[in-house]
Design a binder for this molecule. Structure first.
Ligand SMILES: Nc1ncnc2c1ncn2[C@@H]1O[C@H](COP(=O)(O)OP(=O)(O)OP(=O)(O)O)[C@@H](O)[C@H]1O
Ligand SMILES: [Mg+2]
Length: 376
């Protein structure tokens, strides 16, 4: 049951790390990419996380929207195996622009949307947009012959399921009856009549309009009106993207911490994947705490040692250390139980790996190598 991710890393075309916030998706994605490159694959690690830590752990100054090659000497490739490591940060706005450009009915509509003030302000921030754009970008690079493997790190959502639901949610929000009514009111009058709204709502919107300067509502209405023409294309594209994630060469890796809530969410996500014709190929239990094999000396004995060495206050220090040791024992026991539970509850997932909690955050190649070693 405790099979490693080695075969996935060596054979799949796309590996997607999913899980709830902060469990280690980005770290595992980078470690997978590193392990694959060392095996001689040409890897693109596509992340949405601008974390400086991630860039430094890959030996880069910063993550950028353009593809950056990680020099092989940085990831310590002993002999040339032909592997290559490229990192790219998802540019949500840029990807949205590409989507608009692809689906706009004419260059005029395209330019009108791209130069619309509302679009420029909100395009990157609409709920679900980062998730949707991550899928979109994956679709766009999927057939790129420069890469053998694309590792996709999913956005820091609070809910892992957002990733699958994002495209529909985003489109539904902008295509809702309320928005349609708004757009119709705009299109009918040429300029905006707020008569279709409740008086209270109209007041709020008018207030907003004064607040943000003239033409605000018109800009919104124009933007939504133009965008609606694109939804057919968006929807079709979104379902294609989703279908492509169900392909056999795509592997989903569930990442979870030992927190029972995170484990529960991973379970829920595994079920959702299945309902969508996708498979969770592996579960990575990250940041698992354990104890060193050798127990430390007792509080009194430690105090004695410290006292002899002239370290004061020896007794307090001895007691404090002893207390933190007892806490660590509790955590380690709890994590061991959670690992056992995951082994049972995720029995249908064919690969399980446990990554220990490292002493510090993962911020350099050495730490990333450590994580990668656990995966393979
Ligand atoms: N095994 C580990 N040991 C120690 N620290 C770890 C380990 N794995 C991840 N971390 C640290 O935990 C933090 C969260 O990890 P990471 O950014 O990979 O999570 P994430 O799931 O991508 O988070 P988000 O949902 O915000 O994108 C980081 O500071 C990372 O360095
Ligand atoms: Mg992340």
């Amino acid at each position: 049951m405790q099979r490693s991710l080695e075969d996935l890393i060596s054979t799949r075309r796309v590996i997607v790390t999913v899980g709830c916030g902060g469990v280690g998706k980005t770290t595992v994605a980078a470690a997978v990419a590193l392990a694959a490159a060392r095996k001689g694959r040409r890897v693109l690690c596509l992340t949405i996380d601008p974390a400086k830590r991630l860039a430094t752990s890959l030996g880069l100054k910063e993550m950028r929207a353009e593809a950056q090659t990680v020099p092989p000497e940085l990831w310590g490739q002993p002999e040339s195996t032909g592997g290559a490591l490229t990192a790219m940060m998802l540019d949500v706005r840029g990807t949205f622009d590409e989507l608009v450009t692809r689906h706009a009915s004419s260059p005029e509509v395209r330019d009108r949307i791209l130069s619309n003030r509302i679009y420029r302000e909100v395009a990157g921030n609409l709920a679900g947009t980062p998730e949707y754009m991550a899928m979109e970008k994956l679709h766009a690079v999927r057939d790129d012959p420069r890469y053998d493997l694309i590792v996709l790190d999913t956005p820091p959502t609070s809910n892992a399921l957002d990733f699958l639901d994002a495209p529909d949610k985003m489109i539904d929000a902008m295509d809702s009856p309320a928005v349609k009514a708004f757009v119709t009111a705009f299109q009918r009058g040429g300029s905006l009549s707020l008569s279709f709204l409740s008086r209270a709502m109209a007041k709020v919107l008018q207030g907003l309009s004064t607040f943000t300067g003239g033409g605000f509502l018109e800009q919104i209405a124009e933007f939504l009106s133009d965008l609606q023409g694109l939804f057919g294309g968006f929807r079709e594209r979104a379902s294609k993207v989703r279908e492509s994630l169900a392909a056999r060469d795509v592997a989903f890796v569930l990442v979870t911490s030992t927190d029972p809530m995170a484990v529960g969410e991973a379970m829920f996500f595994a079920e959702r994947l299945q309902q969508n014709g996708m498979v969770a190929e592996a579960v990575v239990m990250n940041r698992v705490r354990s104890l060193p094999e050798q127990a430390p000396p007792s509080a009194d004995r430690l105090a004695g040692i410290l006292g002899e060495a002239g370290v004061e206050p020896a007794q307090e220090l001895g007691n404090a250390f002893s207390k933190s040791w007892r806490d660590a024992q509790v955590w380690a026991r709890r994590d061991a139980q959670e690992v056992a539970r995951v082994a049972r509850d995720f029995a249908a997932v064919p690969r399980h790996v446990v990554v220990p909690a490292l002493d510090e955050d993962v911020y350099d190649i050495a730490a990333l190598t450590h994580v990668a070693a656990c995966l393979v």
